[in-house]
Write a new protein. Structure first.
Length: 192
């Protein structure tokens, strides 16, 4: 009887340990457009060209190339108006790695991205889904609007100490650009 209890406890412990290793969480602190603008080296309106995945440093990464249509802050280096964005996760052969909070892109999709350089010469997105804004057309007006990926992803608000799925929804591209320009103006005013 004692051996059955020990076996039962060991099985429960093993199940608990294995379930704990399967749980993955990403916690992103909510950032304003001004804070993301300050953190980013580049803020661009771009179109996704292609995706590829590969191994680097023992991790699977997805590399997405974008054609820069308009730079709102900074400029891509060199004559090419393309940037490569490196993000954790992807698929290589039969292996897949998924990281919560990391955006994925489809070729042809238009976005506004807040980018910071990596040590490898490519870029990452400031605060992943927070620094990603998808461009859509308003069905009624036909105007271009942005929807922030965090509109569907919980971020942490330190002021309220709560997680909420809040993000910018249905803001015109022009209004979004004005927010970035306003943040740049405020930032340069502080530097003086």
């Amino acid at each position: 009887m004692q051996s059955h209890k020990i076996a039962f406890v060991l099985i429960l412990a093993a199940l608990h340990a294995s379930s704990a290793t399967m749980v993955a969480a990403t916690t992103l602190e909510r950032m304003s457009v001004a804070k993301m603008t300050q953190s980013a080296q580049l803020v661009v309106r771009a179109q996704c060209l292609a995706n590829s995945s590969g191994w680097d440093g023992g991790e699977i990464w997805t590399f997405t190339s974008f054609e820069v249509e308009d730079a709102w802050k900074g400029a891509p280096s060199g004559a090419a108006q393309q940037v490569i964005v490196r993000l954790l996760g992807g698929s290589v052969g039969n292996l897949s790695s998924t990281v919560s909070g990391v955006p994925r892109f489809r070729p042809g999709e238009e976005v506004v991205l807040f980018l910071q350089p990596t040590t490898r010469g490519d870029f990452s997105i400031v605060s992943w889904v927070q620094g990603t804004f998808r461009i859509h057309r308003d069905t009624r007006s036909g105007a271009e609007i942005v929807v922030q990926d965090t509109a569907a992803f919980d971020t942490y608000d330190p002021a309220t100490r709560q997680f909420n799925a809040e993000g910018i929804r249905n803001l015109s591209v022009a209004a979004m650009r004005l927010r970035v320009q306003s943040a740049l103006s405020a930032q340069s005013g502080v530097k003086k």
